[in-house]
Write a protein that binds this ligand. Structure first.
Ligand SMILES: Cc1ncc(COP(=O)(O)O)c(C=O)c1O
Length: 451
């Protein structure tokens, strides 16, 4: 497209009209579908479009509206959301309390001046200090998960004066140039090397951690931080083995490294506690938050830390700043999210619903071993590992045909993740389980039997 301001003026008005419409005619729906696919190809990324089609057989599944545990495509077809936006919709899609807080704040002020004291940031930081374990009392608010991990890395460098990080095989921490080093899949990192210094050790391996922490690297640099997801999400839903987090705490203390828990996906009630580390009673020095922190309504993340790791940053607060991080709308959403999580006791609901689902899913694994190998997870962070990437994909496709959205994990394609909104009803869970059984049965018929 060449520059054409008149055309842009007309088109922007047209889209605003579309947004304001309560109902669309069939012609309008068809036009949105056609234009969305065309503009995605022409202006976003043709290569990515085929993945965005996901498991639908055509491009008509253009998403349009959502609430609770469902979303609807532009033609009104309803899907149960078993993917949960990769861990974003813990309080459900557009929870009324979150919507109300954001809408009311929007009537007053959207973005802060950057100069005066903005109160919602301070209330949110206070609340975060109340819901996180131990002495995690300070917060820096970001706009995304990867920015939260970047912030943790900078705080760890400031606190220790060291520059080397240790992460785990299967980890996903984001894709900006700092956090990318911690994301273990080589394919994502290779084109961007050299990155900051990261080593990866097997997840759950205490001995490997001690070796990594005790060795200076070839530049003589010791480890600034061990960064770990207490439950690996994109690595295929791998729960830290019992005692692993505690051992990591002890080893980090022994070798003067900062312990960072990335609870971006496992936090905010998803695993049955507010944070997974609450199960083990282990307090990190820094915690990264994101995804569900904004209630599925606003993007917001957080770097949460102790007084000790914050000290250098207090001496010079300009070492890490952001224009939009902690803006009043995002803070209103996060404050409402915390209120909803506690009012509705969603962590407990997640635990109970997980305990309801996992045994039933295990029975399916027993009955169809040629399709489904293993179920693992905690609360509503559940992974289904299939016998191959293809069987998993075929099951996802069958589920989509039964109006259920599900997707794989990013680093382990054999695993489909089950991460529905924590508000999902038992009736919706039963619909999913029935559809899952039907889907697996269909795929099983096409598979060779295991001997
Ligand atoms: C554990 C974890 N950390 C970090 C990130 C990166 O978050 P974002 O995509 O918001 O940058 C993700 C995203 O999937 C994640 O699951």
């Amino acid at each position: 497209m060449t520059q054409d301001l008149e055309k842009a003026k007309a088109k922007s008005r047209e889209v605003l009209e579309l947004i304001s419409k309560k109902e669309l005619t069939q012609d309008e729906r068809d036009k949105v579908i056609e234009e969305s696919v065309r503009y995605w190809t022409d202006h976003v990324n043709a290569g990515f479009l085929k993945y965005r089609k996901s498991v639908s057989t055509d491009y008509t599944a253009v998403e349009w509206e959502d609430n609770g545990a469902v979303f609807r495509d532009i033609n009104g077809k309803e899907f149960i959301d078993m993917l949960g936006g990769f861990g974003v919709y813990n309080v459900g899609h557009r929870h009324p309390t979150v919507l109300k807080a954001v809408t009311e704040q929007l009537q007053r002020q959207a973005i802060h001046s950057q100069e005066l004291i903005d109160p919602l940031r301070t209330y949110l930081a206070h609340l975060v200090s109340l819901i996180t374990p131990g002495d995690l009392n300070y917060s820096f608010f970001s706009n995304s998960g990867t920015e939260s991990v970047e912030g943790c890395m900078k705080m760890a460098m400031l606190a220790t004066g060291r520059k080397h990080f240790v992460g785990t095989v299967g980890a996903f921490h984001g894709k900006t140039l700092g956090s990318l080093g911690g994301t273990s899949k080589a394919m994502f990192r290779e084109p961007f090397m050299p990155l900051l210094r990261w080593s990866h050790i097997p997840f759950g391996d205490v001995k490997a951690l001690e070796t990594a922490l005790s060795c200076a690297d070839f530049n003589g640099d010791r480890v600034a931080a061990f960064v770990v997801e207490p439950v690996q999400g994109e690595g295929g839903i791998n729960v830290a083995p019992p005692g692993y987090l505690k051992a990591a705490r002890e080893l980090c203390d022994k070798y003067g490294a900062v312990l960072v828990f990335d609870e971006i996906q496992s936090g905010m009630g998803r695993t049955g506690k507010m944070f997974y580390c609450d199960y083990e009673g282990v307090v990190p020095d820094l915690m990264a938050l994101g995804k569900a922190f904004g209630g599925g309504v606003m993007p917001i993340g957080a770097v949460v830390g102790t007084e000790k790791v914050w000290a250098k940053y207090v001496e010079n607060p300009f070492l890490h700043t952001t224009t939009f991080g902690g803006n009043p709308l995002a803070c209103a959403a996060a404050i409402a999210t915390i209120s909803v999580l506690l009012d509705e006791d969603l962590p407990k609901q997640a635990k109970e619903k997980g305990e309801y689902m996992i045994p039933k899913m295990n029975q399916l694994a027993k009955r169809y071993p040629n399709v489904l190998s293993v179920i693992r997870g905690v609360g509503l962070m559940i992974g289904m590992e299939f016998t191959s990437n293809e069987t998993g994909y075929s099951v996802a496709k069958e589920l989509f045909a039964r109006n259920i959205l599900i997707s794989g994990t990013y680093i382990n394609a054999r695993v489909l993740r089950v991460e529905p909104p924590l508000v999902i009803s038992y009736e919706q869970i039963d619909i999913f389980l029935k559809a899952l059984e039907e889907s697996i049965a269909v795929v099983s018929k096409l598979q060779p039997a295991l001997t």
